[in-house]
Ligand binder design. Structure first.
Ligand SMILES: [Zn+2]
Length: 427
């Protein structure tokens, strides 16, 4: 389109030189070409070009200026690190698609998207997917939208079911792939987000993450659409999904029997948006190391209640990989504690290195709270010659004058006389 516009400009220049009898037909031809170009512009959405480095420059054309401002505000130490991170999202539905869009807009390095389903009109009560995408796989439709929003994000689309043998194998090998950041320790991704709607898929994510020693976050929205939760799972350190399956603990029912065939679950874009927001907020805090990362955060929409809690792993967990990770975590405890202590010492050294505040608007200073040198006040130290303090300083206690000897009997007699005089009839 750029080449066609250039050609059009050249033709406009030559129009000036064309003989008057040909002018009208030339203008008609040019009009047709302008119409053709404007139709082209309508059909292909404008895509911004890739950005090499995240800039903090405050200009309207910088897609990252508001995010980089988090550094200036002292919230995030190094925002640009987000480009190093890979996040896998399993389930691109009401929560997963919105989480993917948020991470894309935040400029995450790489997103791996997993889903086997296609976009349906019945999904339009939720955010993200559009009616013209009906029939496309959710992963392909997501890549189409996300690559337009931010072409800097590396997007990988996996149209598969992770609960099948083949799907699980592909899922595992894609998580292990370290091509994006070869020097990274552990697996090839920094975090896995589970945004699936069933028990089997959660158990598959749990299995993969326990095997790979991969930290992940689980999310869920209730069937009645008015509550949800997010949960951080660190293999060996926190409870895994098999240690305490939430519903089994609460009601003693096997969750597998709860998904009723043919029953249409309710869903609200609001609840799903809130849960996706909580999930990605926790993800950003975890990746960029700011604030407090929630271990479990619930959301009850009817009462606007947000319960939090922590869950320790179950030593009798049915998942063998979970038990292995728990043993490793216990063995590594002395090294972990030593590292934490060293970090605390380093922080303390940093703290004593200088004053906490550079400016001291109210001239507040810490004074020696030892015994005062003596009681020879008022002091005139620091005052011009001949000037003394009228009042003692607050830190100095002036002993009261010694009471004079008084005669109690005389005083009482005097008081009685005064009272009698007051009570005497007037006039
Ligand atoms: Zn477990």
């Amino acid at each position: 389109m750029e080449a066609e516009l250039k050609e059009l400009l050249n033709d406009l220049e030559s129009l000036k030189r064309s003989p008057p009898d040909l002018l009208n037909s030339s203008i008609d031809k040019l009009k047709m070409r302008v119409e053709h170009l404007s139709n082209l512009a309508k059909s292909s959405p404008a895509r911004r070009s890739k950005v090499k480095d995240m800039s903090a420059e405050v200009i309207d054309s910088n897609p990252y200026s508001r995010l980089m401002a988090l550094q200036r505000m002292g919230i995030v130490h190094n925002y640009e690190r987000i480009r190093e991170f890979s996040v896998a999202i399993v389930g691109i539905g009401g929560v997963g698609s919105v989480a993917a869009e948020m991470l894309t807009r935040c400029g995450v390095g790489r997103l791996l998207l997993y889903d086997y389903d296609t976009v349906e009109l019945a999904n339009m009560n939720r955010l993200f997917f559009r009616p013209e995408q009906v029939g496309m796989t959710k992963t392909d439709a997501a890549v189409q939208t996300l690559s337009d929003i931010n072409p800097d994000v590396v997007l990988e689309s996996y149209t598969l079911n992770i609960t099948t043998v083949q799907g699980f194998e592909t899922f595992m090998s894609s998580l292990k792939n370290k091509k994006f950041r070869p020097e990274k320790e552990g697996s090839g991704v920094d975090l896995v987000l589970s945004c699936v709607d069933n028990y089997e898929a959660r158990m598959a994510v749990n299995q993969a993450c326990n095997e790979l020693n991969q930290t992940w976050m689980e999310s869920g929205v209730s069937e009645d659409a008015v509550s949800g939760h997010i949960q951080l799972l660190i293999p060996g350190e926190t409870a895994c999904f098999a240690c305490v399956p939430p519903l089994v603990v609460a009601s003693g029912i096997d969750e597998r029997t709860l998904k009723r065939e043919g029953v249409c679950a309710a869903s609200l874009p609001t609840t799903m948006g809130v849960v996706a927001g909580l999930l990605v907020q926790n993800t950003l805090k975890y990746l960029l190391q700011f604030g407090q990362v929630s271990r479990y955060l619930g959301y009850n929409a009817l009462k606007d209640y947000f319960p939090t809690m922590e869950m320790k792993p179950n030593p009798q967990c049915s998942n063998a990989a979970c038990v292995d990770r728990q043993k490793e975590y216990i063995i590594a405890r002395p090294a972990r504690e030593a590292a934490a202590k060293a970090e605390m010492v380093a922080e303390a050294l940093l703290f004593t290195g200088g004053p906490l505040h550079a400016d001291n608007e109210w001239s507040i200073s810490v004074v020696d709270d030892g015994e005062p040198d003596g009681l020879d006040f008022p002091s005139s130290v620091g005052l011009p010659e001949g000037v003394v303090h009228e009042l003692p300083s607050a830190d100095v206690f002036r002993p009261p004058p010694a009471p004079e000897a008084v005669c109690l009997a005389d005083d009482l007699e005097d008081l009685r006389r005064q009272l009698d005089a007051l009570n005497a009839p007037q006039g």
